[in-house]
Design a protein around this ligand. Structure first.
Ligand SMILES: [Ca+2]
Length: 242
């Protein structure tokens, strides 16, 4: 009789330990998923309700930022730069070892024109939850990067770019961010960078194609691991009953 009681007591303790570890594991995963709010995206198709500023219709070179660039999509978007000779251009643009962007091929874009350039796009009609652009740069001894800012100019996320297109013509890569909440007020592009097809999320925008939003990896991971945890818990409860 004593042995049976001891056995039951040991089983109960083991069960409590298992439940404790499973709860700890799920809490840990929830913390990771909550912290990973923004996701770096590498395709314009990852942006829900995309609105695209393609900078087309510029035939010359406009220096002296800031400039209004959102008119074509019915938005107030101001492009500015820390460097006075950054350009909004419809001309050819050399990118050193990464090749060149041409007037005909890219039909207008913006260029930092200096390794220290910090270009920014301010979404003055309201924040967005996703933003990105087609990018390249003339490699210099700096870290070229993209960032997003909230309403107080606090950096929400930043990402170091790595683009290599030796001798390429009009080549580059799309990079941006997707967030769970609509809190991106500005998009920053740093370095001797060029930037075209600024794409952001805006419901009802005139250039939207309303593609279905892509589920975020962090949410999927949480859902998957949560289900696995529940399955394990159920299995252990049923074996304990037996
Ligand atoms: Ca363009």
């Amino acid at each position: 009789m004593k042995m049976i009681i001891n056995k039951r007591e040991t089983g109960r303790r083991m069960m409590s330990k298992r439940i404790f570890f499973i709860v700890c594991f799920l809490t840990f995963i929830t913390c990771i998923a909550t912290t990973a709010d923004a996701v770096v995206i590498t395709s314009a198709s990852d942006i829900p309700d995309p609105c695209v500023v393609d900078f087309s219709g510029i035939t010359d070179e406009i220096i002296n930022p800031p400039q209004q660039v959102g008119t074509a999509v019915g938005e107030d978007i101001v492009w500015s730069s820390s460097i006075s000779f950054s350009v909004l251009t419809g001309l050819n643009y050399g990118l050193a070892s990464n090749g060149q962007w041409t007037a005909a091929g890219r039909d207008g874009f913006v260029g930092g024109s200096d390794a220290d350039a910090v270009m920014r796009f301010d979404f003055n009609d309201g924040p967005t939850r996703a933003v990105g652009a087609f990018l390249n740069y003339a490699p210099r001894d700096v870290i070229e990067s993209i960032s997003i800012l909230d309403s107080t100019d606090t950096v929400l996320e930043t990402y170091a770019l790595s683009i290599s297109t030796p001798g390429g013509i009009n080549e580059g890569a799309f990079y941006g961010f997707l967030r769970e909440t609509e809190d991106i007020h500005a998009f920053i592009v740093s370095g001797f960078t060029v930037c075209d097809d600024l794409t952001f999320s805006r419901e009802g925008c005139s250039s939207c194609n309303n593609e279905a939003p892509v589920p975020e990896p962090a949410s999927l991971l949480l859902l998957g691991l949560g289900s696995l945890g529940m399955m394990g818990l159920r299995k252990r409860f049923s074996s304990f009953k037996r």
